[in-house]
Structure formats: C-alpha cells, structure tokens
Design a protein around this ligand. Structure first.
Ligand SMILES: [Zn+2]
Length: 260
C-alpha cells in the first residue's frame, strides 16, 4: 500500500494526510428531520470524504448510490436528488482516482445517503462499529433507510467496538457517536492543517452542534446529546468539526481539493 496519485492535486514532499470533500447529491427534507421543532424544508447536500493517507486511500461515507441516479439535465423526481456524474465514483474519477484504489471505507452508519455508494469500491474493507453492523443486518427489512442490497456486497468488514486507530499512527481515529443510530461513528483526521472531525449524522447542521439541537426522531436522544457534547469538546480543543448536511457550510467550502 502507498499513497495514491491524484493528478489534479499531486502530493508534495512532506505532505502527510490530506482530506478531500465531495457532495454526492442532495436530499430535500423537512428541517425538523435535522432539528426538532423547526418549520420548512431544506435542500441538504450529501457529503463524502477521501482521506489520502501515505498508507493508502480511505473514504469516509460514500453518499447516495446508483439506484437514485437520474439522467443529466432531467428534473428531480423525488426528495432524493442525484444527477448522473454526482456519484462518489465519478467525483473520484474527476480528480484522477480510480475506485479500485480505495482500500478502506469508514461508514458513519449504513443509512442509504451514507453507505449508498459502497458498491463502487470492490477492493475496500468496510469499517463499522459492531453495533451498527448488527443493527443494519438484522433490522434492514423493517427500517427503510437501511437498504441492505447497498452494503451486503461481499466486501470484508472490520467491525470495531469503541475507539479505533485505523493505521495505528494517530492520524485516523474512529470513535462512536451513538444516538442517530445504534452504532453510529465519527472520525478524527489529523491533517497537516490540524484535526478535522467527520461527523456523519451526529452533526448534520452547524446549529446541531452550536446549539445542541437534536432531530425530531433518532435512535436514542440521550446518547445523541452526549455525542454532540463530545464533538463540542473536540472543537474546544481546536478540531474543525464538519457538519455533514449543512447547505450554508458546504456552499462556502472548497470541494474536490485538499481541505487545509
Ligand atoms: Zn442517517
């Protein structure tokens, strides 16, 4: 294993871990889906991340998958909106990364807008909390946000319990952020520009974290609040905490280039 070559962003001598963000379609949802008690609708981006580590290429979430793709230039037909060319495999190819180069996928959880693109990566090992794996495989039939065909693909799973240092070097620390789902997890990435926390659906909007706002429904509200407080403590210690679905935040953030 070695760092991948990214033609649009070649590594420079001394580069360590680099992080790239992508939007992979959008979901049109009531705001209360993210923040309880709020009125109105929101067009929320779906995000996924490439972690370019010297030991290999890692994704954090894979966004929406192929079953939602509509032809380019056609109208949106559903609350889920994914145009051809927006899937994570295409976003990676656009910067010169072949999906076969991806060795690891850290899934925050197995909801369809976070694990939907797993099928594009035949050589990846899926890193999940054991509790999330158990829920996703045992309850998929009853819980429609879990689409088992999108993640029961024969790829190997690395099931972890609690905190896990992916490469043993402190650069990619996976840790549980329970509440949204039974085995939800986040990851703290040590980039050259500082620590960045990828949050999945533990922190969907900036206000979720700033005001400790929970969604209208979740697996466990007490766990969710504790997870948000943990993210806030990481932010207090200097980490940049990225809200996964925030349209304002992502409108201003560079995409497909290394985040500093
Ligand atoms: Zn979710």
């Amino acid at each position: 294993m070695s760092a991948i070559e990214i033609p649009t962003a070649p590594r420079r001598p001394g580069d360590g871990v680099r992080l790239f963000a992508f939007t992979v379609g959008h979901v049109h949802m009531p705001v209360s889906y993210f923040i309880d008690g709020e009125e109105g609708e929101i067009r929320a981006p779906v995000t996924a991340f490439l972690i370019d580590h010297p030991k290999g290429a890692v994704l954090f979430d894979t966004g929406l998958g192929q079953r939602f793709v509509r032809p380019r230039g056609t109208a949106r037909e559903s609350f889920i909106d994914l145009e051809a060319g927006e899937t994570i495999d295409e976003k990676l190819r656009a910067i010169g990364v072949e999906p076969a180069e991806i060795r690891w996928i850290i899934v925050s959880h197995f909801h369809t807008d976070h694990a939907g693109g797993n099928a594009y990566f035949p050589n990846a090992t899926i890193v999940t909390q054991e509790a999330e794996y158990d829920y996703a495989f045992n309850n998929a039939g009853e819980d429609p946000i879990y689409e088992i065909a999108e993640y029961d693909l024969g790829q190997p799973f690395l099931k972890v319990r609690g905190e896990h240092d992916l490469f043993g070097d402190g650069t990619i620390i996976i840790f549980p952020t329970l509440g949204h789902t039974p085995g939800h997890q986040s990851a703290k990435i040590r980039t050259d520009g500082g620590d960045v926390v990828l949050t999945g659906d533990c922190c969907s909007l900036q206000r979720s974290l700033d005001e400790f706002k929970l969604p209208a429904s979740c697996h466990d509200a007490d766990q969710f609040l504790a997870s948000l407080k943990h993210l806030a403590s990481l932010r207090d210690r200097g980490a940049k905490v990225l809200p996964s679905h925030d349209p304002v935040f992502w409108a201003d953030m560079p995409l497909s280039v290394p985040l500093s």
